[in-house]
Design a protein around this ligand. Sequence first.
Ligand code: SF4
Length: 389
Amino acid sequence: MKEPWSLYVHIPFCKTRCSYCDFVTSAEAGDRIPRYLRALEREIEFTARSLVPRDPVHSVYFGGGTPSILTQDQIESVLNTIRANFRLSGSPEITLEANPGDLGADQAERLNEIGVNRLSLGVQSGHDGELWRMGRRHTVADTVQAVSAARAAGFKNISFDLIFGYPGQSQKDWRESLEFALSLAPDHLSLYALSIEDGTALERAVAAGNAVAPSGDELADRYEFALDFLRDAGWNHYEISNWSRTAESESRHNKQYWRQGPYLGFGVAAHGYAYHSRSANIADLDAYLNAVDSCDARFFPPFPAAAETSMQPSQEEMRDEMIFGLRMLREGVDLARFEKRHGIKAESHFHSFIEKHSAGGRVTLSADRKLRLNPRYAFISNQIFIDLV
Ligand code: SF4
């Protein structure tokens, strides 16, 4: 069975830390970026020498952190290492996450020139006050300018991330953020419900009574609003948190995860999944650098920075394929593909799940064997997926 591959590259540096963020990222990059990039390229080379994908790579994703704080020459160098070590498909999707404040005309042109063809902008809100409360270092004007620079440079695929439910956000604010986003005509939108994570500035503010966490009902209302708003605007709601202008602008890279296709992750805390095996890289930056630097190149260590690799039991693989597949609202889980991959009919294996949730109108099974989640239940999908665990 032919399966294209995907590569994820983690850039764990940001200029400042946002108030809600608990990602593996460092706001004190100092002079560690060049050393990190050397380690990253070494990890890419080692991995490619021992683990050769059968099929070409059709997506590369620079995520973070804030990959746009790298210079374009640095990004090009990592991309060249990838090109020298992996076979890329004819027209790979190459995405870079960017802070709108980092994207001027020169940067956008250079990124386009070196082969980046999709930008994922951390827009987050259409209100400066909200951006300030979030601890973002960009403004609404930066977003307008970044989109204009990216379009002028030739980018045809631009995605926005937006957050809903930030303390102090009213329904009107949320509607205005969505209107602001659509006024800039992006090709893709990812909408994330705020989640208050341990150890963040926001968690401390909530604990001290300086901010009020959104209730579950408020978050559900915001989501429902977006559902109707974007449907009326003609958007394609293809995954629980993702909408695209057309079927062609769905994120190829993210669909790789939801379809449980093979991918490799490079960099600190990056994850991979290939040949029934999951891997997770060391999550501490210094430990990651030391592990890759001290690897003996003569032995081509396949996962030089892995904290853990493990074969995934087939029961878990099948369960994950159902859970991640159901997230794709348009495509759903292709049960014919499932049968080819696992040698088992999902209709029999997950009979009670399909029967219970079909009867309740929460999932539908079509004549061509596609199992889909009803979008009206998308926001509470975890309560449905619990029956698969
Ligand atoms: S830019 Fe992203 S990764 Fe960096 S601190 Fe903000 S939310 Fe976290």
